[in-house]
Design a protein around this ligand. Structure first.
Ligand SMILES: Nc1ncnc2c1ncn2[C@@H]1O[C@H](COP(=O)(O)OP(=O)(O)O)[C@@H](O)[C@H]1O
Ligand SMILES: [Mg+2]
Ligand SMILES: [Zn+2]
Length: 384
């Protein structure tokens, strides 16, 4: 059997399996339960957040003979018929490759034939912003007076490219980026069902790297399983993502916070000589200093939010002292400043090294000022 990618294997089949889109899902369920189905829907939002999956569930649910809490039952004759890829009632059109007016005219011809299996014939038009102007006009005519058994679901990642005439005829639903927590829960479920064990910090790391996209999260998970096999560790995920290990970040930051230019350079070199890009390292460092800042400013709550095993957390807590606050902020600032330059420079390594040196110099300046302030305070309190 050929291998089915996780994100396809775990495509949600009922509304309660769709994560992070409660506002959309609940409205759709209410419409199904009250029988008030519109004739044109617009699903917009980032890629991999559930637009196509939700459209398919909705298309089946409005045809199902015995919907269960608004979701298709998956057992009635209509559900079974609509699960067949070649059924004539749920039609998926990818506008990216069928964007011409002829294709939409063809669609208008076929719209005339009523559904074969259920009550509704559903057209799911994906990436609808790719249609040409004349194709939009042709679609508009159909949207204006569709037969009562037709439902259109238009999906797009770029809603701003749609003409107002289309927007005004559709019920619009905005799909959100999904929270790291919800994504992490889904990854845990998928891994457990696939018989793969994992370190909790590994799952959190994948969830964070996905930046709100569920498909991306499952693709990264898939890569990690191929790479690591039956047990996924934090270090394996770091390798798959090409990120810098926590251990290295802890070392570099320790030297920077101590104000050691030379040993900081050596610590940087250790990472760069593995072939890691200065840009990636710089971003990882910024994220690391941000984590330190959270630990310093919100203490225990910050600890809960961070992804680290006990040993790393201990090392980070040693650096996350109130005395280091100003230095950490300086480092974040200096490193953020060079990001643009790192992208285009022919000597990115030098740019990164300069950034680190500047951060250290500024921080040692800050330290000297703070030491002076403290001395002044001490003298004042003695004189009082
Ligand atoms: N909100 C979600 N809940 C559960 N799984 C999701 C969600 N969004 C995406 N997925 C996963 O990603 C895959 C692709 O999602 P899809 O619905 O095609 O996204 P979109 O159409 O928004 O690009 C699905 O098969 C599923 O595995
Ligand atoms: Mg899609
Ligand atoms: Zn059914």
């Amino acid at each position: 059997m050929s291998y089915l990618a996780m994100y396809r294997q775990f495509r949600p089949k009922t509304f309660d399996e769709v994560i992070g889109q409660k506002h959309v899902v609940q409205t759709l369920i209410n419409q199904i339960e009250s029988g008030k189905i519109g004739h044109a829907y617009l699903f917009c939002g980032s890629r991999g957040t559930g637009k196509t999956s939700t459209a398919k569930i909705f298309a089946r649910a409005i045809n199902c003979e015995r919907p269960h809490h608004g979701s298709p039952c998956g057992e009635c004759a209509t559900c079974l018929a609509l699960e067949q890829a070649n059924n004539l009632d749920i039609l998926e059109i990818d506008a990216a490759s069928n964007n011409r007016v002829d294709e939409i005219r063809d669609l208008r011809e076929k719209v005339k034939y009523p559904p074969v299996n259920g009550k509704y014939k559903v057209y799911i038009i994906d990436e609808v912003h790719m249609l040409t102007d004349s194709a939009f006009n042709a679609l508009l005519k159909t949207l204006e007076e569709p037969p009562k058994y037709v439902v259109f679901i238009l999906a797009t990642t770029e809603v701003h490219k749609l003409p107002a005439t289309i927007l005004s005829r559709c019920m619009r639903f905005d799909f959100k980026l999904v929270s790291t927590d919800e994504i992490a829960k889904l990854i845990e479920k998928v891994l457990t069902q696939s018989g793969v064990t994992f370190e909790p910090s590994a799952v959190k790391l994948i969830a964070r790297a996905a930046e709100g996209g569920v498909r991306d999260a499952l693709s990264i998970t898939d890569m990690c399983v191929s790479f690591a096999g039956g047990h996924i560790t934090y270090d394996a995920v770091i390798d798959v993502l090409g990120a810098t290990s926590r251990e290295h970040l802890i070392r570099i930051s320790r030297e920077m916070l101590a104000g050691n230019v030379g040993t900081s350079m050596l610590a940087l070199d250790e990472v760069l000589s593995q072939g890691k890009s200065p840009l990636v390292l710089s971003k990882d460092l910024i994220a690391y200093f941000r984590d330190l800042l959270m630990l310093i400013t919100i203490g225990d709550k910050g600890k809960e939010l961070l992804i680290a095993d006990a040993e790393d957390m201990q090392a980070m807590l040693e650096q996350a002292t109130p005395e280091n606050y100003a230095k950490v902020v300086q480092a974040m600032e200096e490193l953020s400043k060079i990001e643009q330059e790192l992208r285009y420079s022919l000597q990115p390594r030098i740019v990164l090294e300069c950034g680190v040196v500047r951060a250290i110099e500024n921080t040692s300046l800050v330290a000297r000022v703070e030491a002076l302030e403290k001395q002044v305070k001490d003298i004042q309190s003695k004189n009082q």
